[in-house]
Ligand binder design. Structure first.
Ligand code: MTE
Ligand code: MO
Length: 410
């Protein structure tokens, strides 16, 4: 018997003994006895009672809430902490997956109705993608915001599992001229959104899985449309219908919000501006925190781009005079949160922390002044406006009293 076999036998013996125990007494190194009760063997796990991390509830019933980015680790957002935006403030519909159907119709040769079980039988894919509300970090939403959860918490990142929408559309047979689609949710507000066929055929997914289990009701259980990198509102939850059409439909939910007249367009707005720009934010140290004192810190945060893969994140601790490359966590996924880290020694003096991300098609995260120029206006315009796709470099000011503050407009 070799060493490995012997160890395995010993393990099995011990395992067999433990299985019969309702309460195991564990003697720890310092001689204290800790009780582990059968409750710890509960079928669906819970975190330690000492952990308090939670979403920030923006709407009273939790129909809008933000991810606690300041304490997030790595790149995956636990499903329980994924941000929520459900318009019209309804609770998520309580859908029995056995009753739910997805209909694909309109300009197709074979209109189809799928049950959730039928969709799950099809070839599947799992992909890590972020989701971001088009209004995330917009000045009007962050008026009284102090923390990064409040300023940037309308983005999260999950591993999504489902089928490629292109597969369903090939089954249905898209007719000539069917260049757009309209997706509809089963919520009381009947969220609908138009999107072009090119995205449907490229990387769009109909997902039923999130981080290794069924997607949560808040995220669209049992089926959701995922248009990787595109503004949150296009990612229809509780997906029940996809209609192939010849042109965008200008549905109620897409014309009553998610646009902002731009001065540079003589007051007109950009419609169908789908992909989220390249963005990043330092999550620690960040707004509302108090640093314990001078010394070592790891500056860390998240970067993402709705158009590709993050290639580079630079960090400045002196308000943009000098920049250093941060280390990016491998593997880096396309259209996903990307964790960056940089060691920093804080000398106790005032500092201004910035992060600037670049993606693989060369988009560089703009400063507030750059962004204002693109919009044909001045930074002051943004203070009262409700710009969508607002992705400027976020400055956090570290004061000598050890407090950290949002310094975007100061
Ligand atoms: N059916 C439906 N889909 C929806 C919405 C909704 O209210 N109903 N909200 C949209 C908006 S505005 C955003 S930002 C994202 C939020 O997704 P999440 O709640 O899973 O984070 O869902 C989108 N899809
Ligand atoms: Mo949104």
């Amino acid at each position: 018997m070799n060493v490995e076999q012997r160890n395995r036998r010993r393990f099995l013996k011990r395992g067999a003994g433990l299985a019969g125990l309702a309460v195991a007494a564990i003697r720890s190194a310092n001689g204290q006895t800790t009780e582990t009760s059968t409750k710890d063997l509960r079928p669906y796990g819970e975190r330690s009672r000492f952990e308090k991390l939670a979403r920030a509830l923006v709407a009273p019933n939790g129909a809008a809430s933000q991810t606690p980015l300041q304490d997030s680790m790595g790149i995956i957002t636990p499903s329980s902490l994924h941000f929520v935006v459900t318009r019209y403030r309804n609770n998520p519909p309580d859908i029995d997956p056995a009753q739910h159907r997805l209909m694909i119709h309109g300009m197709v040769d074979r209109p189809l109705i799928y049950s959730v079980e039928e969709i799950k039988r099809l070839p599947s894919v799992s992909r890590i993608h972020f989701l971001e509300c088009g209004g995330n970090s917009s000045p009007r939403l962050r008026r009284n915001a102090q923390t990064v959860q409040q300023t940037h918490g309308w983005t999260s990142c999950s591993e999504w599992t489902g089928v490629q929408l292109s597969l369903l559309l090939k089954e249905a047979g898209v007719q000539k001229g069917g260049d757009w689609l309209v997706a509809e949710g089963a919520d009381a507000g009947k969220q609908t959104k138009s999107f072009p066929m090119s995205k449907a055929m490229d990387d769009a997914l109909v997902v039923y899985g999130q981080n290794g289990e069924a997607i949560r009701p808040d995220q669209g259980y049992p089926l959701r449309l995922l248009l990787p990198g595109w503004e949150g509102v296009a990612n229809i939850k509780w997906l029940r219908r996809i209609k192939v059409v010849d042109q965008p439909y200008l549905t109620k939910t897409e014309i009553t919000a998610y646009t902002q007249p731009r001065p540079g367009l003589k007051g007109k707005a950009l419609w169908f501006d789908f992909a989220m720009g390249v963005k990043s934010v330092i999550t620690r140290p960040s707004g509302g925190q108090t640093l314990p004192g001078p010394g070592f810190y790891e500056i860390t945060g998240l970067a993402w781009s709705g158009q590709g893969t993050i290639r580079r994140v630079e960090i400045s601790t002196d308000g943009g005079r000098t920049w250093k490359d941060a280390q990016l966590q491998d593997p880096i996924h396309r259209i996903a949160h990307t964790r960056f880290r940089l060691p920093w020694h804080w000398n106790g003096e005032e500092a201004m922390l910035l992060s600037r991300s670049t993606d693989d098609i060369g988009n560089v995260q703009p400063t507030l002044a750059d962004l204002a120029k693109t919009w044909g206006t001045t930074p002051g315009f943004f203070q009262t406006a409700f710009p969508e796709h607002f992705n400027p470099i976020q400055p956090w000011k570290v004061n000598s009293d050890r407090s950290v503050r949002d310094a975007l407009f100061s």
